[in-house]
Design a protein around this ligand. Structure first.
Ligand code: PLP
Length: 365
């Protein structure tokens, strides 16, 4: 039985008529940049997920850039981030000329370890970018307490955790700013690039709105040096069609994860956490760890089970950050995670039979 790591065609086939009708309406109305479809999606996203307001943007990296600009970070400033995540998490820090300072994750959750943060704080530390990795909410209570003590600006990278909550509040609403990605492979994916910015701070949000469109509230009058981070109309229309399905897709991801957690019995395997402090994952990835990861991956490939390595190299060891001088072994937990992690298929359209085939194949290793 074939189990692809990810097959986006199934989801898009299921909503094809609705999606094409929405895209056709946008086309016919020539609503190509921002406009009604994007505004409707912003309102629906905020209402459905519990935010006061949302800004739709052209990627998931743009809100991280925006957040770094709004935080006022710049050359000489240090910003703390985990090394086990997608590279975009720290791009905003670098784009404004600040320096990422990596703090290791913990063994059980793969998330930024709050116990290791304070040792990394210096007089130059200005902020923290926390990541809700693989759909699992980060320990925001502990992170926010540290941030308050040291006057740090907190960004939540929610690219992998749309729909997740932290102590009952939606992710992204706890720190100073929250960022989302609608890249096609995310839990809520567009047919192209997309992202969103949220902030519980109204004045910050209003400045973000200006920065999104050339720092301008009035056409051809520019109060700030801004960006072109507009979402295109087609993405707004398509995401508006998909959003009502998100809760059902998340529920199915949770079912699949529960099936994996109950069924996988391979010895020496570290299974991912379903929750941390009661905040249930939205399961963007199901990433286990095994000391013979590469052999396990080959074994699964031979049984037609697709897998992925997310992530093979930690950020502090990427070539682009060689200048920061992090030696091998400096972030031991993240490095071990990169060497032993293996992500299994977990998209909502998987059948129970496919999930059971993955489980049986893992257990046969
Ligand atoms: C996908 C992702 C982003 C944003 O990526 P884009 O490709 O720009 O949409 C940021 N952070 C994390 C952790 C991600 O997984």
């Amino acid at each position: 039985m074939k189990v692809p790591f990810l097959d986006l065609s199934l989801q898009h086939r299921a909503i094809r008529d609705q999606a094409l009708a929405a895209l056709t309406a946008t086309y016919d109305a020539t609503r190509f940049c921002l406009g009604k479809d994007v505004e409707d999606f912003e309102a629906a996203f905020a209402r459905t997920l519990g935010y006061d307001r949302t800004l739709a943007l052209n990627s998931g990296t743009s809100p991280l850039h925006l957040a770094a600009a709004l935080a006022g970070w710049g050359p000489g400033d240090e910003v703390i981030a985990p090394p086990f995540t997608f590279i975009s998490t720290v791009w905003g820090i670098s784009y404004v000329g600040a320096t990422p300072v990596f703090v290791d994750v913990d063994e059980a959750s793969f998330l930024l370890d709050p116990a290791k943060i304070e040792a990394a704080i210096t007089p130059r530390t200005k902020g923290i970018v926390a990541v809700h990795l693989f759909g699992l909410p980060a320990r925001m209570d502990a992170i926010l307490a540290i941030a308050r003590r040291h006057g740090l600006f907190v960004v939540e990278d929610c690219a992998q955790a749309v729909g997740a909550t932290c102590g009952g509040a939606p992710v992204g609403s706890l720190g100073d700013a929250g960022t989302f990605s609608f890249y096609p492979t995310k839990n809520l994916g567009g047919c192209g690039e997309g992202g969103a910015f949220v902030s519980r701070r109204p004045e910050l949000f209003e400045k973000a709105r200006l920065l999104r469109v050339h720092g301008s509230g009035r056409r051809y009058f520019h109060d700030h040096v801004g960006f072109n981070f507009r979402m295109d109309g087609f993405q707004g229309a398509l995401l508006g069609v998909k959003l009502p399905h998100l809760a059902g897709w998340t529920a199915r991801r949770r079912e699949i994860a529960a099936r994996y957690l109950a069924g996988i019995k391979l010895s020496d395997t570290q299974l991912p956490l379903a929750s941390l402090a009661g905040d249930e994952s939205v399961w963007h990835q199901f990433t286990l760890r095994h000391p013979r990861r590469d052999a396990l991956r080959e074994h699964l490939a031979a049984r037609e089970v697709g897998t992925d390595l997310i992530y093979p190299v930690p950020l502090h060891r990427q070539a682009c950050y060689a200048g920061l001088g992090y030696a091998e072994g400096s972030m031991p937990v993240a490095e071990r995670a990169c060497a032993t992690c293996l992500s299994l298929p977990i998209f909502p359209e998987l059948t129970d039979a496919q999930v059971d085939h993955v489980i049986a194949s893992v257990n046969a290793f």
